[in-house]
Design a protein around this ligand. Structure first.
Ligand code: AMP
Ligand code: GLY
Length: 428
């Protein structure tokens, strides 16, 4: 490549702030801008107030700002076809096409794909009418899982402990339309037991590279209690992932997925984020996301020692990826600081004060924040995430919680037990 790139990052969360930071550090980057961005990004780059789902406006912005490369953070623009729209005007973008993004936008498409290509997953059936769904529940006892097929921001999954609860979930999705059109079709699937792990692969032209395996903490409350959220903290790499296990996941899940999509005429470039359950019968896939996880990005990216932006650009331009990726031997952890009330209603507009210094290899990443007259205010449910890396998770954890304590705003809330399983497992 002979010229440095002007890069547009689409999105406004912690994930996108972490992407922007990698762009700023990349020798390939001439200028980086964001749409719509957040307060933390606005402190160092130009942010344009174009929403992440306004596809035509985003394409116009990219053209106007002479953008050479777009990195798409969230799933919504991918599922609306932003990569196809940018390709039509010759701007390479990192992420799958709209057709390939169905892996995330339609759970029924995804489950049918798994079945067609023999990829290990929970046993399931798909319904768009109540009576056959209820019949299926009578034949398949609880615990059982009821899912809205379409996008539901991580909230469309009901783990029903009783058949009664499952039947209520079916009624609520199909009759009361509790998830709108996203729940017009539902998937009912077997409840799987085991440890969960997230694998993120960057995919390009049939080749792929995995980032560090991570574990997210989806529940709002400590000890994994309360409502599901977008994610309250994460760490990587997780010691539940061994080299042997990674080989099994590659050969039974990732490679069959990439080859299967190719065989179905839907070649895949971008992120494959596999949500896996490590069951007694081997790893099974719960779902695919077609973008990087948030907050997993905040722990995976700092561990990448190669130029990550070069890898994302290679994928956007369909080049084969190198054979390996250089990852740090450190452990990395992040804790999300939210607004009291999240994932329900929460206040916005709290003035945030920050510590004047940070410990070594520690960073504050912004999510729901706004910059006004040089000051940072809360502006979302997940507000900040504090990330640190070190030789052990415990050392990183100590640094993170000292920063979480020092950050101050009225409605601050965070979990104090991120990485509890890993620390219990390793004793450090
Ligand atoms: P999903 O959006 O499909 O990843 O589901 C959200 C969360 O629900 C997952 O991270 C799991 O904790 C849980 N979950 C989803 N499907 C299953 C299943 N079949 N068995 C057990 N837990 C599940
Ligand atoms: N942290 C979960 C997700 O990004 O879907």
């Amino acid at each position: 490549m002979n010229k440095a790139l002007n890069i547009l990052v689409i999105g406004s969360g912690g994930r996108e702030h972490a992407i922007v930071k990698k762009c700023i550090d990349s020798p390939l980057c001439n200028r980086v801008i964001a749409a719509p961005g957040n307060g933390g990004m606005a402190e160092s780059i130009d942010c344009f107030p174009v929403p992440a789902d306004a596809i035509e406006e985003l394409v116009t912005l990219a053209q106007k700002e002479s953008i050479d490369f777009v990195i798409v953070g969230p799933e919504v623009p991918l599922c609306l076809g932003i990569v196809d729209a940018l390709k039509a005007v010759n701007i390479p973008a990192y992420g799958p096409t709209q057709e390939a993004a169905q892996l995330e936008s339609s759970k029924s498409f995804c489950k049918d794909f798994f079945q067609r290509h023999n990829i290990p997953t929970a046993k399931y059936a798909t319904f768009d009418a109540v009576p056959p769904a209820l019949e299926y529940l009578d034949a398949n006892p609880a615990p059982i899982v009821v899912k809205a097929s379409g996008l539901a921001a991580g909230k469309g999954v009901i783990i029903a402990q009783t058949t009664e609860e499952a039947k209520e979930a079916v009624q609520s999705m199909l009759i009361d339309k509790s998830f709108g059109t996203s729940g017009a079709q539902i998937v009912i699937e077997e409840f799987l037991e085991g440890e969960e792990v997230s694998i993120h692969a960057i995919v390009s032209n049939g080749s792929f590279l995995c980032l560090s395996p991570s574990q997210d903490h989806k529940r709002i409350g400590e000890k994994d209690t309360g409502l599901n959220t977008g994610g309250m903290g994460a760490y990587a790499p997780t010691s539940v992932m061994t080299e042997d296990l990674q080989d099994i996941i590659n050969s039974t899940i990732l490679i069959p997925t990439i080859k299967g999509l190719e065989a179905d005429g839907i070649p895949y470039n971008g992120t494959l984020y596999a949500g896996l359950m490590l069951t007694q019968n081997g790893p099974k896939i719960l779902e695919y996301n077609v973008r990087f996880g948030d907050p997993e990005t905040q722990v995976m990216f700092p561990l990448v020692e190669d130029d990550l932006i070069a890898l994302l650009y290679a994928s956007a331009t369909n080049q084969s990826l190198p054979d390996s990726i250089k990852l740090s031997s450190d452990k990395c952890m992040t804790v999300v600081i939210a607004s009291q009330g999240y994932p329900g209603d929460y206040p916005k507009g709290d003035l945030i004060s920050f510590p004047s210094e940070l410990p070594e290899k520690t960073d504050i990443i912004h999510a729901g924040t706004a910059l006004k007259e040089g000051k940072i205010y809360s502006n979302g449910g997940r507000v900040l995430s504090v990330t640190s890396q070190d030789e052990t998770i415990s050392k990183a954890k100590e640094k993170i919680y000292s920063v979480c304590k020092a950050i101050d705003y009225d409605n601050k809330y965070y979990r104090r037990d991120i990485a509890h399983r890993e620390i219990k497992r390793l004793g450090k």
